[in-house]
Design a protein around this ligand. Structure first.
Ligand code: T3D
Length: 271
């Protein structure tokens, strides 16, 4: 597999590799449970620059190295005991977390999040913004924000009530209780929880499925479904009409129908 960049130790805190149209972002500070440091934010931003420049991606994976997915903000970078001006967390969100959320949600290929282990705070937020989430059965999601005197960010306060309903979203956020992957699946928070032994193979199979799918159709689907919360039925019907008109002119649509008629597997090319 070809790494997109080689370089400094700082670069290694988040890895990015592309092979056969599959882009893999790996949060890579396992000894800190992949807690998000400033260096990781810088690296993620550079990786997203590259992703936005590329036109060979068909799917993007976000995963953590080691036993955790991501433990949220690196709290060792929050020197609360210091005297002097306190850190402006609003600025931290404005300059780093909010752009990260917006850019990850806007990548023009499906985003699959593989929650290999605990996802806490902003780590849970990153997981939940993906188009699909597959979690290892031993993983857990924790809205740990209130445990340290903060509130959910990374869009969690907007997204989670819509995903699982207000009572469960509020309960999770107010208690900071860990929700096991199976529970998260049962509540509709994630796509699938799988036994740990089957985690890697399930993720790889899903990556293949998404990489071989008609990308434009998937992106139109995401756009329609994610935005549906903000539109009324008439506006949604009009959007479906317009997008279907556009998709009906694509090479992939012609290939899909031809393959169905020929009783063969379609070869979609994201065109
Ligand atoms: O600040 C802003 O910019 C505002 C934005 C905030 C967004 C946020 O994400 S706020 C929420 C921040 N995250 C947390 O509060 C989670 C803190 N971590 C935990 O609660 C637990 O570590 C976990 C539940 C995630 C996992 O527990 P466990 O028992 O499996 O592992 P552990 O022993 O607690 O952690 C292992 C090591 O990772 C440990 O270091 P050590 O003792 O071996 O040297 C621990 O300190 C370190 N670690 C875990 N999480 C973080 C961390 N180090 C720095 N920052 C962390 N978030």
């Amino acid at each position: 597999m070809m790494m997109a960049r080689h370089g400094t130790e700082q670069d290694d805190c988040v890895l990015f590799a592309v092979e056969h149209g599959i882009g893999r972002i790996t949060l890579n500070r396992p000894d800190r449970l992949n807690a998000l440091s400033l260096a990781m934010h810088h690296r993620l931003s550079a990786i997203l620059d590259e992703i936005e420049r590329r036109n060979d991606l068909r799917v993007l994976l976000l995963i953590g190295a080691g036993r955790a997915f991501c433990a949220g903000q690196d709290l060792s970078e929050r020197p609360v005991e210091q005297t002097g001006a306190p850190l402006d967390l609003g600025e931290s969100l404005e300059l780093r977390y909010n752009p990260l959320v917006r850019r990850l949600m806007a990548v023009n290929v499906p985003l699959l999040c593989a929650v290999n282990g605990v996802a806490a705070g902003a780590g849970a937020g990153l997981a939940l913004l993906a188009d699909m989430v597959i979690a290892a059965e031993s993983a857990r999601l924790i809205l740990s924000f209130t445990r340290i005197g903060l509130m959910p960010d990374c869009g969690v306060s907007w997204l989670l009530p819509r995903l699982i309903g207000q009572p469960r979203a509020l309960g999770m956020a107010l208690t900071g209780d860990a929700i096991p992957a199976r529970q998260a699946e049962a509540w509709g928070m994630i796509w699938q929880a799988v036994p740990d032994a089957a985690f890697s193979s399930t993720v790889e199979a899903m990556l293949q499925t998404l990489a071989q799918a008609p990308t434009q159709a998937l992106m139109a689907t995401r756009h329609a479904m994610r935005g549906a919360w903000l539109r009324d039925l008439d506006a949604q019907l009009e959007l479906e009409r317009d997008e279907q008109r556009r998709l009906g002119l694509t090479e992939d649509y012609r290939e899909g129908v031809s393959a169905f008629r020929d009783k063969r597997q379609p070869q979609f090319r994201a065109r």
